[in-house]
Design a protein around this ligand. Structure first.
Ligand code: HEM
Length: 148
């Protein structure tokens, strides 16, 4: 198994990066949809349209992309000679990806608020929360590329 992971390494990393890009595209866009969903004075039809876009983005793109990122990321962790846990960067990356995963679930809970029609958060809150994945992404990419 370890031999196979070593052989597959470039392809695993390729698939990891493709999954990451898809996950990040959704994780940046969904809070923006929440901003518009909150700040516009919407009729019933437009509210339903927003809910459809949010559901499809989360279920059709973000959930599968997050799972694929984890699967290929963990395959890289188990690839011989890639991660040395005596370094700082794997810990920094691990904390940040756990925080990113928490953020993803937070967005999922907020989507359900809109479905029930009881969203209490303002557009300003969603704008501010939009910065969370940006900061985490900077820390994650710096960790894995600079490897301090
Ligand atoms: C979800 C759990 C994740 C795990 C377990 C994980 C693990 C890893 C590992 C072990 C590597 C290989 C490093 C190497 O080849 O030296 C890697 C590469 C990479 N990861 Fe992740 N990762 C995860 C999520 C993410 C996220 C969320 C991002 C971006 C926001 C990301 C961005 C990258 C990039 C850009 C590389 C390629 C770095 C390079 O080759 O220089 N990863 N990941």
């Amino acid at each position: 198994m370890l031999d196979f992971l070593a052989l597959a390494y470039p392809w695993t990393k390729f698939l990891h990066i493709i999954s990451v890009i898809s996950w990040m595209a959704g994780i940046f866009y969904l809070p923006r949809l929440f901003v518009y969903h909150t700040e516009q004075d919407l009729d019933e039809t437009t509210d339903q349209l927003f809910q459809t876009m949010e559901r499809r983005l989360l279920r059709g793109i973000m959930n599968p992309a997050m799972i694929a990122t984890w699967v290929f990321g963990l395959a890289l962790v188990f690839t011989p000679g890639i991660v040395y846990w005596g370094d700082v960067w794997p810990w920094l990356k691990a904390i940040s990806v756990l925080a990113m995963t928490w953020f993803h679930h937070w967005l999922g809970l907020r989507r359900k608020d809109f479905v029930r029609g009881d969203n209490t958060r303002s557009g300003r809150t969603y704008r501010m929360m939009n910065e969370v994945p940006t900061l985490l992404m900077i820390v994650i990419v710096a960790s894995v590329v600079v490897k301090f």
